[in-house]
Design a protein around this ligand. Structure first.
Ligand SMILES: [Zn+2]
Length: 116
């Protein structure tokens, strides 16, 4: 269960942003999560609602998650395809010469809160 560690580092980053932006009470954090991280949304929410209490100004905030599909691109025929399993084989030309183009994201997109 690595959701706890992810939530912890997200809150650390969020707190830095909060201080930099002079925010007092955070109402909402929107994050973008690539499915590559194999995060269970419900577990993330539970962890978040538990851990936010340790961060001043985050007690009443809510977490919004936007999941991004894992997509790979074939370097041989340029075909782009979504993947559900860690098999990076181009379905078009069967090449293994592929790169992940999305799905590895893990970032805070927006933060809303009241200013001091
Ligand atoms: Zn291909």
């Amino acid at each position: 269960m690595h959701e706890g560690a992810i939530v912890h580092s997200l809150l650390d980053i969020a707190q830095e942003i909060k201080e930099k932006e002079n925010l007092k009470e955070i109402s909402r954090i929107k994050i973008v999560v690539g499915k590559f991280h194999q995060i269970v949304e419900e577990v993330m929410m539970t962890q978040y609602n538990f851990m936010k209490l340790e961060y001043t100004g985050f007690e009443n905030s809510e977490l919004l998650m936007q999941m991004v599909d894992v997509k790979a691109k074939c370097n041989d025929c340029n075909h782009e395809f979504a993947i559900d399993e860690p098999i990076f084989l181009c379905p078009k030309c069967e090449s293994m010469n592929t790169d992940i183009v999305s799905g590895k994201e893990l970032l805070i997109e927006t933060m809303e809160g009241t200013q001091t």
